[in-house]
Design a protein around this ligand. Structure first.
Ligand SMILES: C[S@@+](CC[C@H](N)C(=O)[O-])C[C@H]1O[C@@H](n2cnc3c(N)ncnc32)[C@H](O)[C@@H]1O
Length: 477
């Protein structure tokens, strides 16, 4: 997968993605080329940009070339094609921008630069990082604008706050990550529906989180397939209440008399009925070819509103379920939710005895079946296909005696004060060394050697924690 790294700093994203490659490949496969020229299973960086002289020096030392121009001066067509765009962008106010329409509204901000590049190249995925404060920045308006612009560009976005301390790093560092998938990735053909699996799974995970209390009530009483159908019905109901901008041929809300349909046992048939209504009078049957046509029409329209994206993903979900029982049971297997600290994690590896979540935490299935402790139930491993929905709520990583450092910020070098992470060394209070900061950010010790300590602290404070990127990498592959 080809990717570009914007606001690259000292290469936190890149190191995280490269580590994934090293971990996952057996030695003999590493570096082998796929028929299309890509490195097998790997993430191939095709371009990186950063204007800070010292950060560039470190980046070059480890990875070779980096474009050091101001990103605002880089013509879009000079940037190579890519499937994934990664970058941590500054949190800026959009109020200066005024009303130009579309993502032009954000001109003057670094987010605009991301939107400009994404609009031209339309990579399948964007993985973006920002400070947690973005959620409340400008009374929530900044986040709203970002999500709206990403949607206009055709991206379905999941965002979550990740804390480094939950990823094997003793640093309390909360950052918001946006994982955006372009809906052009929804393939409306029966043969290629597997390619839609990623976006469908991401969406279903959100559906599940949005309706967690409903899901909890149902656990132990129904199959995963039924619960999921039921939760989608809840989501359809809720979607009717959401504020809609730019509705172009929006969805038809289910009329009051139809609402009872959603309570019945035939949940999936009810979803079909609702989708058929949205196709208009001419459609009599929701078969695979009707669904394919509907998905293709939405994608080709290039008018990406909430309702259209919702419909496209829902159509693709129904198509996947109708056309491949095998793929559908894999999606069901993936949809397991375990609460780890602040996040709800999905399982990444599953065996009969244990599941390992995206953050690398192992949960023994025998424990997950302890209802009193775990809010979980059902069968795992081989029998998972028919299992009920397991929802764990257990894990508090970071508890215990080990000390967790506060956030390392870019002005840490200014001297010890306030909330900065200060280790006590017997009676002495001292600053963390640059090497300690490197390790607290998931970099190998000595990563930033070669520039002054002041610059090392600054670069490390700006960087993304490498371990978090490693955990997120699996979501775009
Ligand atoms: C939050 S840091 C990202 C750090 C990076 N993710 C890492 O792991 O080291 C943002 C970076 O954007 C760079 N930057 C800000 N404005 C820029 C611009 N106009 N052109 C290029 N780089 C810029 C800054 O120098 C800074 O290194």
């Amino acid at each position: 997968m080809k990717y570009i790294e914007l606001f690259a700093g000292i290469g936190g994203f890149r190191l995280g993605l490269e580590n994934t490659r090293r971990d996952r490949l057996h030695d003999k496969e590493r570096g082998k080329k796929e028929p299309n020229g890509e490195t097998r299973l790997g993430f191939d960086c095709v371009w990186a940009n950063e204007w800070d002289k010292y950060a560039c020096q470190i980046y070059r030392k480890h990875f070779g070339e980096i474009d050091s121009r101001d990103l605002r001066d880089v013509p879009t067509d000079e940037i190579p094609d890519h499937d994934l765009l990664v970058g941590g962008f500054p949190c800026q106010s959009f109020s200066i921008a005024g009303k130009r329409g579309g993502f032009e509204d954000t001109r003057g901000t670094m987010f605009y630069e991301i939107a400009r590049i994404a609009n031209y190249h339309q990579p399948m995925f964007l993985l973006l990082e920002n400070v947690k404060g973005l959620v409340s920045h400008d009374k929530g308006k900044s986040l709203e604008i970002i999500l709206e612009k990403l949607q206009e560009l055709g991206y379905y976005t999941n965002y979550e706050v990740y804390n480094s301390k939950e990823y094997g790093i003793p640093q309390n560092r909360e950052r918001i990550f946006f994982l955006c998938t372009h809906i052009k990735g929804l393939d409306g053909t029966n043969q290629k529906i597997a390619s839609s699996r990623k976006i469908i799974t991401e969406w279903l995970f959100q559906v599940l989180l949005n309706n967690l209390s409903e899901a909890r009530k149902l656990q132990g009483h129904a199959s995963k397939d039924w619960v999921l159908g039921y939760l989608i019905c809840q989501e359809i109901k809720q979607s009717q209440n959401l504020k809609e901008r730019n509705i172009v041929g929006g969805i038809i809300p289910p009329v009051e008399s139809n609402m009872s349909l959603f309570g019945g046992s035939e949940v999936w048939r009810n979803i079909d009925t609702w989708l058929l209504k949205n196709l208009g009078e001419s459609s009599k049957e929701l078969n695979i070819s009707t669904i394919s046509t509907a998905i293709k029409r939405i994608i080709a329209s290039k008018t990406y509103t909430f309702s259209r994206m919702f419909l496209a993903i829902l159509f693709a979900t129904v198509l996947l379920r109708k056309s491949s029982g095998h793929l559908w049971s894999e999606v069901l297997l993936d949809l397991m939710v375990i609460k780890e600290g602040m996040n709800y994690a999905r399982n990444s590896i599953q065996t009969k005895e244990a599941i390992i979540t995206e953050s690398g935490v192992m949960h023994f299935t025998k424990n997950l079946q302890d209802f009193s402790k775990y809010f979980a139930c059902g069968h795992f491993g081989e029998s998972c296909g028919q299992a009920v929905f397991p929802i764990g709520e257990i894990y508090q990583v970071g508890e215990g005696k080990a000390q967790i450092a506060n956030t390392i910020t870019s002005n840490y070098w200014k001297g010890p004060a306030g909330s900065r992470p200060i280790p006590t060394d017997g009676m002495r209070i001292r600053r963390l060394t640059p090497t300690e900061c490197e390790r607290l950010q998931g970099f190998p010790g000595g990563w930033t050697e070669g520039i002054s300590d002041t610059q090392r602290y600054k670069c490390l404070g700006n960087a993304v924690t490498v371990n978090v990127i490693e955990a997120l990498a699996g979501k775009v592959k």
